[in-house]
Design a protein around this ligand. Structure first.
Ligand code: BG6
Length: 512
């Protein structure tokens, strides 16, 4: 395409990663995620020349929307949310194949109409198309959608071909172990596991994928990546935003379900897993599940492995913000945690004795996600004798967002006639080296699902293993209510209980 402003690192990608003729059907087509992320992702794949020539987008939802109006909604979404401006020629190509089907998620007749709609598309181009269903609805209708896809024959189309039907399932994948098991059972009644793409958008982030590249393509890391050299690992996923307009959802979720059980645990799995035998979906996911299974059950008692808190009024960016209980849609006595911190112990040869500390919260001091690998302190006697020394432990930190990059803290001699040391930071920044217009996570994930690569998606047993770890915590917190729920001031780095979790082992949170 003439207007393709592709970054040089994307050149040639379409040749190797071509998808067959595809219909993407979005369930929940008038929802927020569709407008903010999914339509802009499809559009940007089109701009990059990564969509197949025969590409069709079908919105499905309860609300009757004429095709034209849906196309206008999609166009507006691109204008408002896409990382690149709307280019009329690129949009025209996608718009020509965009349509809408209205119907209830539990209405089998509506799914029959959808099947006819897809058959009509195939008739028009006189070719078979693969169908990629994107379930982006509230979780209460995941199961009826899946059941109806089975009942109307759409789930099993071309099953033994590369262009078989695929389904992407948005989060939340269950709300505890039992509901995740039930959802997996409903899915397995209709789909084979290789057709299912459970999404965690953190896996689509560039820096999260880079973690694997850094670990396994640089010979200097792997020999040090274990309990002999590493003293602890800290993973922070902090947000400045509060719950905004999502109070209703968040009250049912809380930080543990919303961030820790999924996004943060993906970061744990990629940091802690053994090197896979190959860079393929099953090899990588086998290793992730293996390490998740080696995590010891959490001690949920006070003074144990878990801490939770809720924000109270404070300042963000110099402006006053309300506390959680004063946000809209929040019960005045709510016990929902907006911050959680966890200490994990991984019971295997590589990590025995190395605590993994995780924390996540809304309304924290700064939006930052990072993985910090803290190495053991050097025996400091050599430089202690020359006086004025300030030896730091080496820390390797992966900055997931913002300012994506990598940094390493090293001890260095301060220039001068004495031997005095100072920690310095060596940094690599994506934006400086590669430019800042990197693809959004959803672009990568939609493309991967279209071409049938499940590496960056969660396998059923992986979701279950993570819920198995956290369900006892959720149950203990539900029983305790507000007892033991700490508070933190909005705009701070979190509550005292989060600090105590580390200080009991002589550690402190790193200031990201
Ligand atoms: C979502 C959560 O999964 O991730 C939100 O539901 C959260 O509460 C968001 O704000 C964070 O994603 P990102 O990509 O902005 O770090």
């Amino acid at each position: 395409m003439a207007e393709n402003p592709r970054h040089p690192f994307l050149q040639g990608l379409s040749k190797h990663r071509g998808a067959p003729p595809t219909v993407v059907v979005i369930f929940g087509a008038s929802g927020d995620l569709t407008a903010r992320k999914l339509i802009p992702a499809v559009y940007n794949l089109g701009v990059d020349g990564l969509l197949p020539a025969d590409f069709f987008l079908v919105g499905f939802g309860r609300k009757p929307i004429p095709d034209d109006e849906f196309r206008t909604m999609a166009r507006d979404a691109i204008q408002e949310f896409s990382r690149r401006e709307l280019h009329p020629e690129s949009w025209a190509r996608i718009s020509a194949g965009t349509s809408y089907v209205a119907g209830g998620y539990d209405d089998k007749a509506a799914f029959d109409r959808l099947a006819q709609h897809i058959a009509k598309i195939e008739g028009k181009i006189n070719r078979e198309v693969q169908t990629l269903f994107y379930i982006s609805t509230p979780p209460s209708v995941f199961a009826p959608i899946i059941e109806n896809l089975g009942a109307c024959g759409l789930a099993g189309r071309y099953l033994r071909h590369a262009h078989h039907t695929k389904v992407i399932i948005e989060k939340p994948f269950g709300r505890d172990l039992d509901s995740a098991l039930a959802l997996n059972t409903a899915i397995r009644r209709v789909f084979e596991e290789h057709q299912v793409y459970r999404i965690d958008h953190y896996l689509g982030k560039e820096t999260v994928q880079d973690l694997l590249v850094q670990r396994f393509s640089n010979a200097i890391f792997e020999p040090l990546w274990n309990r002999n050299f590493i003293s602890s690992v800290q993973i922070t996923v902090a947000e400045e935003v509060g719950v905004g307009t999502r109070g209703g959802y968040y009250e049912q979720s809380g930080c543990l379900r919303d961030m820790i059980q999924n996004h943060t645990m993906q970061l744990v799995a990629l940091t802690a897993m053994e090197p896979p035998g190959s860079y393929d979906a099953e090899a990588i996911r086998d290793e992730k599940v293996k390490v998740l299974k080696a995590i010891q059950p959490l001690n949920v008692m006070p003074g144990g492995d878990v801490a939770r808190a809720q924000y109270i009024a404070g300042m963000i960016g110099g402006k006053p913000v309300p506390g959680y209980l004063a946000e809209s849609g929040i019960a005045p006595t709510s016990a929902t945690e907006t911050y959680a911190a966890i200490r994990l112990s991984i019971n295997n040869w590589r990590w025995e004795g190395v605590p993994f500390y995780l924390r996540s919260g809304k309304r924290m001091a700064r939006r930052v996600s990072e993985i910090a690998i803290n190495f053991k302190r050097p025996p400091g006697t050599l430089f202690a004798e020359s006086g004025g020394f300030n030896l730091a432990a080496n820390t390797l930190s992966f900055q997931i967002q913002p300012d994506e990059g990598l940094s390493l803290i090293l001890n260095t001699k301060i220039p001068g006639l004495e031997t005095r040391t100072q920690p310095v930071k060596m940094s690599f920044r994506y934006a400086t080296t590669f430019g800042s217009n990197t693809p959004e996570a959803y672009e990568r994930l939609v493309l991967d699902a279209m071409i049938g690569d499940g590496t960056l998606f969660i396998r059923g047993d992986e979701a279950e293993t993570s819920w198995k770890l956290y369900t006892p915590v959720l149950e203990a917190w539900a029983t305790a209510g507000r007892d033991g729920l700490d508070q933190y001031v909005a705009g701070s780095w979190g509550p005292a209980v989060g600090d105590t979790l580390l200080s009991r082992q002589g550690n402190v949170w790193r200031q990201p």
